[in-house]
Design a binder for this molecule. Structure first.
Ligand SMILES: [Zn+2]
Length: 288
């Protein structure tokens, strides 16, 4: 009887326990000038954390294992790990890719988790700037749009991408409002090339078998096609408002990228290869 009560007691206590903040938001220091943020891959739903009442609550399935593979592939090529911040708390309880009010909706544990996520990203950016002078943050997501392309977000709306290359390159106000503002100043290529040329991230991924938007083959979203241009994470941690860490939102489709481990691996390899070329072409330095 005593054992039964003990087990009941243990079961109830464990059930009610909220995981520690370090488990809800996992912050891993790295050595490369790359930061990965993974805001929507979390699966934890502690009993005593109130669910969000509005906003998008669906998770980005498989972005956590995909990001682990990206970390492995970067390490095997460039001899160091990227910094990484994983939200393990489910999106129904926290959306780190929103400002605090919508993200946590007054729930104290979610608010603390939001702060840990963004403090972690901020510190990672500072470390990268101190050590390397410049860097790149990739905010890893998953989308379910009908056109299954990798969508790369720079805080440029789909509508704005309809401009010609000449118009884009002449639009200083637009360039200054993007999450790659600093990178545009460093890159020897034009802004339009940086965003959708052969050596843009979209161009490099396409030449490795992954259709992208924007890219040389698809410079702006089609009519009725969805396109995510980036939200809070790349606005808060990219170079729009200063600093030398630029940021790109990487929205991965389900088909051929997130669906199966072998496709996740292929994409992680293509992204890691692409980043090596990207760093040399635009940052003017080898990735290591
Ligand atoms: Zn997402």
């Amino acid at each position: 009887m005593r054992t039964l009560f003990f087990h009941l007691f243990l079961a109830t206590t464990l059930h009610a326990q909220t995981p520690a903040l370090e488990q809800l938001i996992e912050v891993r220091p790295g050595t490369l000038p790359i930061i990965l943020t993974v805001p929507h891959g979390g699966t934890l739903k502690p009993d005593n954390v109130l669910a969000r009442r509005y906003g998008v609550t669906g998770m980005d399935a498989n972005t956590a294992p995909l990001s682990e593979m990206i970390i492995e592939e970067l390490e095997s090529r460039y001899g160091g790990k990227p910094h990484a911040i994983f939200a393990r708390l489910h999106r129904s309880m926290l959306d780190p890719n929103r400002e605090l009010k919508e993200a946590a909706q007054g729930e104290p544990t979610a608010e603390a988790a939001w702060h840990r996520f963004h403090d972690g990203a901020k510190k990672a950016c500072e470390t990268v700037m101190k050590k390397h002078g410049m860097g790149l943050l990739l905010d890893i997501h998953g989308h379910r749009h009908i056109d299954q392309r990798v969508e790369l977000g720079y805080l440029i709306k789909g509508e704005q991408l309809k401009a010609s290359d000449t118009e884009l390159n002449a639009n200083a106000a637009l360039i200054a409002s993007t999450s790659i503002r600093d990178l545009d100043k460093r890159s020897p290529q034009s802004f339009a090339e940086l965003v959708r040329g052969p050596q843009s991230l979209g161009g490099l991924l396409e030449s490795r078998g992954f259709r992208c938007l924007p890219s040389p083959t698809k410079s702006y979203p089609g009519v009725l096609a969805g396109y995510f241009s980036g939200v809070y994470d790349i606005a808060a941690h990219g170079s729009r408002d200063g600093g030398t860490v630029s940021a790109i939102q990487v929205e991965c489709p389900w088909n051929n990228v997130r669906d199966r481990p072998e496709n996740q691996r292929r994409f992680a390899q293509a992204l890691a290869d692409s980043l090596g070329v990207y760093f040399e072409a635009h940052f003017g330095r080898k990735l290591r």
